[in-house]
Design a protein around this ligand. Structure first.
Ligand SMILES: Cc1cc2nc3c(=O)[nH]c(=O)nc-3n(C[C@H](O)[C@H](O)[C@H](O)COP(=O)(O)OP(=O)(O)OC[C@H]3O[C@@H](n4cnc5c(N)ncnc54)[C@H](O)[C@@H]3O)c2cc1C
Length: 468
């Protein structure tokens, strides 16, 4: 008899990754007013990598991290574990700053995948990292057209080691039902998000960085971060709160908190893996407009994510990762469309999180020299690697500004100092995002049944209106 897939599914609880790895023990909140050389707000990948690289480069710096919940509570402890070389906004940066500058950004991202893998190994952080690359599949004629264009674009940005695969070679890697082609790049690795972020927090603390948890910052101003327990005064205050940024005073309409949701299956038995393949444990994605992303976990489950309900009115965030039953059902439908033999496999856990989306969908990293305020984010769902590049860039900007360093290859990348306009007020923000994703889903549905090899005009129009 087939199991009922959602009857015993855990929903929320931050994410499956913590159910698997355990939630870390709490660190003490801020005990009162204090000072530091650098105050980092937010203990996700961006904040922790920044603290890590700063402390490594300048051990004398007194660095304090303030985290509202616990390190890794946000997207860094909930994501799909795709460490890969994609960066939001590259094509716009090419239009704004020229192709050479955008190509340097892309190369920096390629190097970042290796940097994360090597640094985790050097610091003894075991995050189940497996360097299997990224496989993105097409299963409609329109997706195949986009796949070929995507492959050509990435190759033109210098990714000579990316390959285009036909249906048979795709199936030799992963047997996705109906797949007509794919593109594979070596610039990607699968990882366990919570193991990386908790390992990073421990590493940073061991280096001498002070971390205060359960300490929400209510206001960031030049040279201070205010919390209910006291104020940290520092020449540099770095905002590393990505999708949670709208909760901060004065930031309501900056980066939009977009939801992404995930499900994870029970461990898949060996006889079913024979029907799927996936021995290379590539990060797996598709070319749909409302795309999916997946990984084969170290303990042989499938963790699969997608958009679901894209956005909550008023930039609200979820309650400890709980997601809507309709989203769980939609993700399960994707799973069984990809792998029909998993129709009877149970869904162990479902959860969601928020990622930061700027109005122009471009990731940024900035240090304002006049105020000492810095920030990085707006990664639009590609933050696992990008946060590391942002952190090394913040380090270089800060060391340069404080006279302890000079301009580097990173401080001159085109995403540094980029400014973007605010999102529209409600209800236009909510209406816009709901309409956008309704359009993407409709375009995906029509492309599935249509025989035409062109992107459905609804999606083209949606992209144009969204300003992507
Ligand atoms: C479900 C999901 C799947 C994803 N999958 C992928 C993927 O596979 N690959 C990929 O590249 N990217 C993925 N992403 C995006 C990626 O996880 C994020 O871009 C990245 O983790 C952002 O890191 P961060 O440190 O900037 O933000 P976060 O990890 O969100 O950390 C921000 C931290 O700030 C804290 N905070 C918030 N407000 C305050 C405050 N006022 N005071 C103090 N602390 C505060 C939060 O508690 C949180 O811990 C995914 C995101 C989600 C939600």
């Amino acid at each position: 008899m087939r199991s009922t897939p959602t009857s015993r599914t855990t929903n929320g609880g931050i994410s499956f990754w913590y159910a698997d790895h355990g939630t870390p023990g709490p660190r003490e909140p801020l005990p009162g007013d204090t000072t530091a050389d650098v105050c980092v707000v937010g203990g996700g990948y961006t904040g922790l990598w920044t603290a890590y690289y700063l402390k490594k480069a300048a051990p004398h710096l007194d660095i304090t991290v303030l985290e509202a919940a616990f390190c890794g509570y946000g997207a860094s402890g909930r994501n799909g574990g795709w460490l890969y070389n994609g960066i939001a906004g590259r094509d716009r940066y090419a239009r704004l700053h020229g192709r050479e500058a955008a190509t340097r950004l892309q190369h920096a991202m390629n190097d970042t995948v290796t940097e994360v893998v090597d640094t985790a190994a050097a610091e003894g952080i075991d995050a189940d990292i497996h360097r299997g690359g990224v496989l993105e599949v097409a299963y409609t004629p329109a997706q195949l057209t986009r796949l070929r264009a995507f492959h050509a674009a990435e190759t033109a940005f210098g990714e000579k080691d990316r390959v285009l695969l036909g249906a048979r070679d795709t199936a030799a890697r992963v047997k996705v039902a109906g797949a007509v082609g794919s593109t594979w790049t070596p610039h990607g690795a699968r990882l366990h998000p919570a193991k990386l972020v908790t390992g990073l927090a421990d590493t940073v603390e061991a280096l001498g960085v002070t971390i205060h948890e359960s300490t929400p910052v209510t206001e960031i101003a030049p040279r201070r971060a205010r919390t209910p327990y006291g104020t940290v005064r520092a020449p540099y205050v770095l905002r590393c709160t990505e999708g949670f940024t709208p909760n901060l005073k004065g930031q309501k309409r900056s980066w939009l908190p977009m939801n992404s949701s995930m499900i994870v299956t029970d461990p898949v038995p060996a006889h079913l893996w024979e029907t799927i393949g996936w021995d290379g444990r590539e990060n797996l994605g598709d070319m749909a407009h409302a795309y999916m992303y997946a990984q084969r976990t170290a303990d042989d489950r499938i963790a699969l994510g997608g958009r679901g309900v894209p956005y909550r009115f008023g930039s609200r965030t979820d309650n400890d990762g709980r997601t809507q039953p309709a989203t769980v059902a939609a993700l399960r439908a994707v799973l069984t469309r990809f792998f029909p033999t998993l129709a009877g496999t149970g869904i162990a856990h479902a959860w969601s999180g928020v990622l930061g989306v700027p109005r122009d969908w471009c990731a940024t990293v900035t240090l304002d020299r006049s105020t000492g305020l810095g920030w990085a984010g707006g990664y639009v769902g590609s933050g696992v690697a990008t946060a590391n590049l942002a952190a090394r860039t913040l380090r270089d900007l800060l060391l340069q500004d404080s006279g302890q360093g000079t301009a580097t290859a990173l401080t001159t990348l085109p995403w540094v100092g980029h400014r973007v306009r605010k999102w529209e007020p409600e209800p236009f923000r909510w209406l816009g995002v709901q309409t956008l994703y309704a359009a993407y889903r409709e375009a995906d549905r029509r492309e599935l049944t249509a025989r035409t090899a062109t992107t459905h005009p609804i999606a083209t129009l949606a992209n144009r209106i969204a300003g992507r």
